[in-house]
Design a protein around this ligand. Sequence first.
Ligand code: DAH
Length: 342
Amino acid sequence: MKDRLQQLKKEFAEIVDHVVDRETLEELKTQFLGRKGKLNGLMKEMANLADEERKLVGAVANEVKEAIEAAFGEAECRVSKASMASSAAKEWIDVTEPALHTRPRGTLHPVTRVQQDLEELFTSMGFMVLDGPELESDFYNFTALNIPPSHPARDMQDTFYVDGRPDTVMRTQTSPVQIRGMRAYGVPLRLIAPGRVFRNEATDVRHEHTFHQLEGLVVDKGISMAHMKAVLEVVAQHLYGQDTKIRLRPKFYPFVEPGVNGEVTCYLCKGQGCRLCKHSGWLEIFGAGMVHPNVLKEGGVDPDVYSGFAFGFGLTRLVMLKYGIDDIRHLESGDLRFLKQF
Ligand code: DAH
């Protein structure tokens, strides 16, 4: 009896080592340890033994049972490790694959788009692109541009002054960069200066406290109104097509003499007159003129030797015309529903 029990233990040990899957292992367990299994079969026979003998055999039977259970536990561990390894090999992860939820991508602001387009056009004509401070001195914003203190021309532009700093303003125009450019680089000079400007305005669909301009300045020997008109025509045709014409009409600006108000043929009606151009056939988009001698002097340039022209585009206005934006306040609102359309 004892031998048959030991034989059973050996038999189980030999078979269990070859098992590789969980189902076979379970079957084996039932075969050996189950209620109607081999071990129980032998145990039943023990009932026929004498008391002494039964005790001895019982001890062996218990030992065999424990040994079989331990071997089974080991095999179970081995089989489950193997099955994990094989499913990991099947379900490999590609760590180089892009994530599903990436950060949303923005778009360029419409003002930036038009500004970059014009920067490209002007640099192709040999202009440099300059920046100037948005918090500007009263001197650069007004005085150096031929607008002395208490001159009525200061009232043309409602200015934001800075508390406790009477000599400092939020620049009302990009024109101060004319002076900064002449002082920094001397002449001959071709520059543009796009940027943000500020006016103390009550806001409505056409007025905003913050908007954009694009300033231009050319200074050299022998520069005339003809040069000015030619350059502005190139810009107008770049923006609105080859058939576009420009019209210059006298207008006073303190920093130029003569000064003009510049218009282009309305691109919508081609000059026939429509709602966009208020039935005039023309769209007003810039101011320009021959640089005033006082301004050249402030820039350190001799007006007897050099002359120049300057212009200022309403960059914000160009953007509104280009994209048909009917409320200027959208542009500085930061409203994504608006911005995502560009
Ligand atoms: N600075 C003017 C404005 O804000 C625009 C302007 C007009 C600029 C004539 C110029 C110019 O350079 O020559 O209304």
